[in-house]
Design a protein around this ligand. Structure first.
Ligand code: ADP
Ligand code: MG
Length: 338
């Protein structure tokens, strides 16, 4: 076997240094244009991989744009505009109406204009369905001196996360259980299901962290995986106290190993994980709100890798389950994550 997964593949075939100030390996590529720095990102959603075939068009549209805006948030960029590429198995006016309505609603909220794209017909796999693919390229702007990526973290920095983690992964599990016809468990609150279908890009936070965060990433593939990218790119390690990772009441009600799986390795939450010098604590806490609390969950160290440790020096046992972050081409689909 070739032994490549998604990230190995990118590293081997698509990592070339070019004109960008930041490129492959960050949430956004950054290029200087005149006095401005543009942040560019492109994310693709594939039916059956990134969303369920019976998801509503409004939910699919929201997610397609939101995950791109989330990458802009990680880079601290302000959204400007986006391009929309669609491969549609069929032309369904009602579906398109709902899709575009939801897409434009989110775009308007963030003042992010649709400026172009491409539309093609996708092969149908059955008379009524096929593999729907939506690719969006989003473009934002960041002041030249405030650019940040995943490589600026330093030993001694605090590690922070926004909001609560785990709801989206819990919702995925529930959707799969429902699809299998598993015995109906008590329904999850809408607020939990919507963490999966309606991710909220943390644009205001991302911009607020300009000049404060040394590195940041959005949590699309799970905390362990996305923090891992920061550690690899920055050449340091982290001591994390998983007991401090914030989660909802629904996640608190899970058995310990399931709770650890969804909060630490579950993806799709689209919160931000970021690092900052301890001297920034007060300024960062000033950005924390009841709706979007910011929580320090550990600190960076020189010893590479992820270590489990109490923030106050107390013992913090390693999670009881293996935490495998999601990567494509490692078997399974996006939705099979722990
Ligand atoms: P994202 O936050 O966008 O999901 P990832 O954590 O998946 O980013 O990291 C993937 C990195 O590899 C990004 O910097 C992305 O721009 C880059 N990348 C992914 N696919 C390709 C490709 N086909 N060619 C060049 N770069 C790629
Ligand atoms: Mg990202």
């Amino acid at each position: 076997v070739h032994g490549l997964d998604e990230f190995g593949l990118i590293a081997r075939y698509f990592t070339h240094s070019g004109k960008a100030r930041r490129g492959v390996g960050d949430d956004c590529a950054l290029i200087d244009v005149g006095n401005h720095t543009l942040a560019l990102t492109s994310d693709m959603l594939v039916e059956g991989v990134h969303f369920f075939s019976d998801d509503t068009p409004a939910d699919i549209a929201h997610k397609a744009l939101a995950v791109n805006l989330s990458d802009l948030a990680a880079a601290g960029a302000e959204p400007r505009c986006f391009l929309l590429d669609l491969a549609l198995p069929q032309l369904d006016p009602a579906w398109l109406q709902a899709f575009s309505g939801s897409l434009m609603q989110l775009a308007r909220y963030f003042h992010c204009d649709l400026i172009g794209g491409d539309t093609t017909q996708a092969p149908a796999t059955s008379p009524t369905s096929g593999a729907l693919v939506i690719a969006i390229t989003a473009i934002g702007e960041v002041p030249r001196d405030d650019v940040r990526g995943r490589d600026g973290a330093r030993a001694g920095d605090d590690v922070w996360v926004s909001g609560e983690l785990g709801d989206a992964a819990l919702a995925v599990r529930r959707r799969y259980a429902q699809a299998r016809g598993a015995v109906a468990a008590a329904p999850l609150p809408d607020s939990v299901m919507q963490r999966l279908t309606r991710p909220q890009p943390r644009i205001a936070l991302g911009m607020g962290l300009r000049g404060l965060a040394s590195a940041a990433a959005d949590i699309s593939d799970g905390l362990v995986g996305d923090l891992g990218h920061i550690l690899t790119r920055s050449g340091c390690g982290a001591r994390i106290d998983w007991r401090l990772v914030p989660h909802s009441q629904a996640v608190a009600a899970l058995a310990l190993d399931e709770r650890q799986a969804v909060t630490l390795a579950g993806g799709d939450d689209y919160e931000l994980v970021f690092t900052a010098d301890p001297s920034r604590r007060e300024q960062i806490l000033a950005l924390s709100t009841p709706e979007l609390p910011l929580t320090c969950i550990g600190s960076l160290c020189q010893q590479p890798g992820l270590h489990w440790s109490g923030l106050d020096g107390t013992r913090c046992d390693a999670p009881s389950i293996p935490l495998r972050p999601f990567t494509h081409f490692s078997g399974g689909t996006h939705h099979d994550r722990p």
